[in-house]
Each structure stands twice: as structure tokens, then as C-alpha cells.
Design a binder for this molecule. Structure first.
Ligand code: C5P
Length: 403
């Protein structure tokens, strides 16, 4: 989504300017064409040479020098940009942007922008909370500006609170959403992701090789398409998506409890069961760490609850999508699962190709049709699966406009 995008990064004068280096580096790595402009104050925190090296282009720091093309920088830098990303955005630049003040290069750049503009605020929590800043943010949003963050946490000034700049990796995760259409806007999506872990004793357990990658790719895609996403996640180590609520659990029974708790609290439009739920758990969990010299433990396994089926057969429940990782007979098994799980759609894949891999190939099976997706990277597979979900939701609830 960011490949070949033309992005102008405007850096303003806050300590978080050093993190903008990582944003620029990440954007370039993702294939974006990046130009950088800096306020004079920003150059006190990070030298333009750093951004020049990272972006591969000269950095504009003043409106008093023409670009190599002979144009005025605040016009030239906007002319070709798909996005103007102000990172970090200080309280000062938000105030100037909200009022249309253009007294330096970056503020002029913002006033002259003709594409999308996104602000990534970073400031002391009291400055952020100040009604003046909040008013400016509201005004800018009303004018169509996008905001990423701020997050809460420890701040450079020693305070802890809201105003901390969103981490570069999360900014890069959230940016593609700015370029996406929003057919899932207003929809609430609940998902299960990752493996579950069923303890044998305090240190050993039964689990599987699910990484959570396909599930998180689906969560990202749903978020980018405009949905409000909650993920009940088993123990996973891959990077979590930003802008998605995560409910961490360990066992299948905890996963079921968390899913039912969510559904009891408020209605969801769509449930996607991606988790590789362990089929069995140990009936009588051993205390402490079972000693090797105590002999072989006698483990009795019992079946875990089927979370997808529980949601699929729930009266008045959400539209339900399940996954089926099979070794063979993909289609037959998928049809059987539609019925057994009460699902509107089953996404079937070959287990060996899907687990712990970056790519996937799937069959999307509904009552009426079968569509093959991939082999493709899991993000692309996720997006295409969700377009099928958009169709299902329209069939169930009517078009998005009726929300
Ligand atoms: O029955 P099977 O494990 O093949 O079904 C896979 C689908 O069912 C996946 O969507 C998975 O998330 C879901 N599932 C579940 N609870 C289980 C087993 C599977 O939600 N106990």
C-alpha cells in the first residue's frame, strides 16, 4: 500500500524528532518516495544530513531557497505528494495549522497541501490536555486532517500521560489505512487469533505452531477497511497490530470465555475464528513441575470447546467466518464445516503451507461459491477474504449506507 507513494514528511521541533528518522527509514524500506522538510527548531534536535541520508534527497529547511528544480519548496513539496505527514507534530504546529498561519516552511507547506495530511502529535501531557490544543485538534479533524496517536506513557520531560508519540512501527502499520476505502466502516469485528496453550503442569503444555500472522493480517485489513476490531489472542510473539483492541488469553476455555464475554456485552457484526485452538487439554493438570524420576505422567486428554461453533450457532449472533487448515480434501471438509460450525463462510487452506509462513493460498467457500485466493502474502490474502466478508455483511444487514 505504501510502495511508490509520494510522501512528504514534515518534522517539527520536539524531542520525538529523533523517532521521525525511523519513520522515514521505514517508509523508504516499504518503497515510498520520501521528501523531508524541517522547521528550524527541528534541526536543533536532528541534523538535516540525517534525513538527507535516510530519504536519499535534499532536505528543505527554509522557504527562502528554491529547490533544485527552481520551484518554491512549500509548493514543490506538495505538488507531487500523496500524503503530507507531520511527525512529530508539536502543539505549536497544530495551533498554526488550525488557524491557517504560514510563517515558516512547514506551516506554509501544511496550508498549501493539496492531498491528505496526517499529524502525529508528540508533546507534554499537559500541553496535549490543554483545551487550546484539544480545540485545534478538533478543528483540524473537522477540516479533514488525519491523526495518529498520541499514545500514553513515559515522556521525555519526566511526566507520564497522554502525548507520547506513537511508536514508528505503529505509525508505519497505520499509514496504509489512510489510503484505503472503508467498506467496513461502522462494523464491529471480533476475532480469535493465534494458538492456545493448554498446561500439562506449571512449565509444560500442549500448543501448536500457529504464529498469529494470518490472524493479525486479517485484523489489520479489517481495521484499514474501517472496522472497529477486537482480537482475542492466544500466546503469540509476532508484532501486534496497532489500533486494534487485544484481549490476551492462554487456554481454549479462556478464549471461549473472553469471546462470550465480548458478545454478551455488546453486539458484533462479524466474528472471524482464525485461532488454531488446541483440540484437547489435559483433564487433570499436574501441580508444580512433574519430576522426571516420578515416572511417566498419565495424561488424560479431554476435548476443548469449539469456539467457532458456539458463536456460529448463537441465536442473534454475528455473521461467522471460520478457517479450516486441512491436509487434504479441502472442499469437502469446508462444506462439512459450514454446516457443523454454523458459519457463513469457511476459508480453507493447506495446513502445511499456512502455518508459520508469510504466504498463504486459500479457498473461500460459502453456500453458493468457491473462490481461490493466492498464493500471496498474508496481507493480500486477508484483504481479499475481507472483501468477501463485506459481501456477506451486505447480504445480512443491507448496504453500508443503512448503518
Ligand atoms: O474443527 P477445526 O479445528 O478444523 O475447525 C477450524 C475452525 O474452527 C477455525 O476457524 C478455528 O478457529 C475454529 N475452532 C474453534 N474452536 C475449536 C476448534 C476450532 O473456534 N475448539
Amino acid at each position: 500500500m505504501l510502495k511508490n507513494r509520494k510522501i512528504t514528511v514534515a518534522v517539527t521541533g520536539g524531542i520525538a524528532a529523533y523517532k521521525a528518522c525511523e519513520v522515514v527509514r521505514g517508509l523508504v524500506k516499504l518503497g515510498a518516495d520520501v521528501r523531508v522538510a524541517m522547521t528550524e527548531n527541528a534541526t536543533r534536535f536532528v541534523g538535516p544530513v540525517t534525513f538527507e541520508a535516510l530519504s536519499g534527497h535534499p532536505v528543505a529547511t527554509t522557504e527562502w531557497e528554491h529547490t533544485p528544480e527552481g520551484a518554491m519548496p512549500h509548493i514543490e513539496l506538495n505538488l507531487h505528494a500523496d500524503l503530507l505527514l507531520v511527525v512529530p507534530a508539536t502543539a505549536n504546529i497544530l495551533a498554526k495549522a488550525a488557524r491557517g498561519i504560514a510563517d515558516d516552511l512547514v506551516s506554509a507547506l501544511i496550508l498549501a497541501h493539496r492531498s491528505k495530511v496526517a499529524f502525529v502529535p508528540a508533546m507534554n501531557c499537559h500541553m496535549w490536555r490543554n483545551p487550546a490544543t484539544q480545540r485545534n485538534v478538533e478543528d483540524l479533524k473537522r477540516d479533514g486532517a488525519h491523526f495518529i496517536g498520541p499514545d500514553s506513557g513515559f515522556q521525555a520531560c519526566g511526566d507520564t500521560g497522554e502525548g507520547r508519540m506513537t511508536e514508528p512501527a505503529d505509525i508505519l502499520d497505520l499509514l496504509p489505512g489512510l489510503f484505503s476505502e472503508k467498506p467496513l466502516s461502522g462494523r464491529r469485528v471480533l476475532m480469535t487469533v493465534g494458538p492456545t496453550y493448554e498446561p500439562i503442569d506449571d512449565v509444560r503444555g500442549i500448543t501448536n505452531r500457529s504464529s498469529g500472522r494470518q490472524g493479525f493480517a486479517l485484523a489489520r485489513a479489517a481495521r484499514d477497511l474501517g472496522a472497529d476490531v477486537t482480537v482475542v489472542a492466544g500466546p503469540v510473539t509476532v508484532k501486534r497490530p496497532a489500533g486494534v483492541r487485544i484481549v490476551p488469553v492462554t487456554t481454549a476455555r479462556e478464549m471461549l470465555g473472553a469471546v462470550e464475554g465480548e458478545l454478551d456485552r455488546s453486539p458484533y457484526d462479524l466474528f472471524i475464528g482464525v485461532a488454531a485452538v488446541a483440540d484437547w487439554r489435559v483433564a487433570d493438570r499436574l501441580e508444580g513441575k512433574w519430576k522426571k524420576d516420578a515416572g511417566l505422567p498419565q495424561l488424560r486428554l479431554v476435548e476443548n470447546p469449539d469456539i467457532l461453533a458456539a458463536v456460529g450457532h448463537r441465536a442473534g449472533g454475528p455473521v461467522t467466518i471460520g478457517f479450516a487448515a486441512e491436509a487434504s480434501d479441502l472442499l469437502e471438509n469446508a462444506y462439512a464445516k459450514l454446516e457443523k460450525k454454523g458459519a457463513a463462510m469457511i476459508v480453507a487452506n493447506v495446513a502445511r503451507d499456512a502455518l508459520a509462513s508469510d504466504t498463504n493460498r486459500v479457498l473461500v467457500v460459502t453456500d453458493g461459491e468457491v473462490d481461490e485466493i493466492g498464493p500471496a502474502d498474508k496481507d493480500e490474502v486477508a484483504r481479499k477474504i475481507l472483501y468477501h466478508a463485506v459481501d456477506l455483511l451486505e447480504e445480512e444487514y443491507g448496504p453500508e449506507d443503512d448503518l
